[in-house]
Design a protein around this ligand. Sequence first.
Ligand code: ARG
Length: 466
Amino acid sequence: MDEKKQATWGGRFAEEPAERMIRFGESVSFDARLAPYDIRGSKAHARMLGHVGILEAEEVDAICRGLDGVEKEIANGDFTWDPALEDVHMNIEQVLTARVPAAAKLHTARSRNDQIATDMRLWFRDALAELRAAAGTAMSALLDLADANRGVAIPGYTHLQRAQPVSLAHHLLAYVEMFGRDRERLAETARRANVCPLGSGAIAGTTLPIDRAFVARELGFVDEKGEPRLTGNSMDAVADRDLFIEFANNCALIATHLSRIAEDLILWSSREFGFARLPDAYATGSSLMPQKKNPDSLELIRGKCARVMGAVSSLLTLVKGLPLTYNRDLQEDKLPVFEAHALAVDSLLVLEGLVRGLEIEPDACRAAVDDPLLLATDLVDYLVAKKVPFRKAHHYVGELVALAETSRCPLNELPLAEAQTVCPELKKDWTEVFSVPRALAMRERPGMPGPEQIAARLRHWRGLLA
Ligand code: ARG
């Protein structure tokens, strides 16, 4: 048997793995990216083994120096990954052992099961920070756009039918709130990821006198007080993937929010709405129709969301039927996680770029919001203020709307005398209701689209993102 190609369990086996099995079983094509985390984990593990007297100080030094060398080679692209060695762990260990004899002791009291769990928790830490930052930049772009167009009002929609006037800023800030919650969720996931599984071994820990707290501290798995955070059950630590699912789910929620704003912006950039003009850098033309400017970037954000959702579904399905503890199925957990992460980060950055180049068309917004029917509800409120019971007021205004429609007259231009035949409580001042600035100015309670509320929310989010 070829010594070099042999996996670490060679002692038990008389036959080499089939070529197609090697191709089927390898994960190094996608887990090689974990190398920096794997090496950090190995160095911490080696130092711990030295700390408890299992390795000599010189052995620890030799292993760490060897790992540094391997890390550099990998970073420079000089490292040859061998699929016959399955994964990132065995590739690194084998090359290291060929150079540093002491590395034959590195895997003492460790299994690839707790090793991959550790690598991924280290990876999650960085990936979550990257996502948080990307969400932050998208939010900043939305804040800037909202701020620059504070005076612009648009119709708010329910059922995609005009409902009530809102400020454009209020609409954009709705998404800022969503991404803000996404960022909170990322922080919570980061807190749960911050627990060290190393020392769980393959399933049942080890008989050797390891110091789990030492490794946890080395790897920064500590709480605010610097106390190490350790997984509490070795079987759970190597078997569960709830963190993977939670992570992908965070990505899916981000992607879903992105998909919704993409849909809104696609509508706004259509000729039918005309509220916004897409930057050329984030639009595409048609190979046939010379006039076309298509919102492909936004459609792709919507499309990629489907793949992120698929990642969550893959992970849930992957785990649901597995008996404890580790099963090789779990090797398939990484691709959906990496994909969900990359798609969510890329989509956030594309949205940011697009929003930064978006031009709002105030005239089109004004024309759309200049629809008296949008203030029918405010007219109900006017009547309620005159002590008309709400249900009755609602009915009155419904009749006025019908009257305006049949007489083909804008609601606010119905002659007072005619309007009073429907609703005697109307006074001369009833048409004052039909002013969008008034409608917004009267909505100055928390969460409403009043200009002061908008200014306060802008300050709130700018402060949070600063
Ligand atoms: N490449 C493996 C994975 O990603 C590492 C753990 C392998 N463990 C095992 N018992 N075969 O899941």
